[in-house]
Design a protein. Sequence first.
Length: 113
Amino acid sequence: MIQIYHNTRCSTSRQGLEFVKDSGKDFEVIEYMKNPLKKEELKKIIQKLKISPVDLIRKKESIWKEHYEGKDLSDDKLIDLMVEFPNLMERPIVVNGNKAIIGRPPMLIKDIL
């Protein structure tokens, strides 16, 4: 089943959710701000995205800019930060089987559906 990791406060994430709904396929919405991901879950998503953890970080977030920007952080530490501060994650993330994509821009989601 398709999963969308969704932040209801983000307009891009809401647009991505509409793409998934419009596909007519079964899907599950995971509101990761309300139910933060566990470290192992996030690691699996990053593997499916085929990116480094730093590539999933929203660099414009104030928590990043004020406390972590410019620091040499390990992948493990970056994952810990996203677990602790889920708003640091790019969104939406859509997972379909063993593949995943960051829906920025939302129309990229069509490639995974």
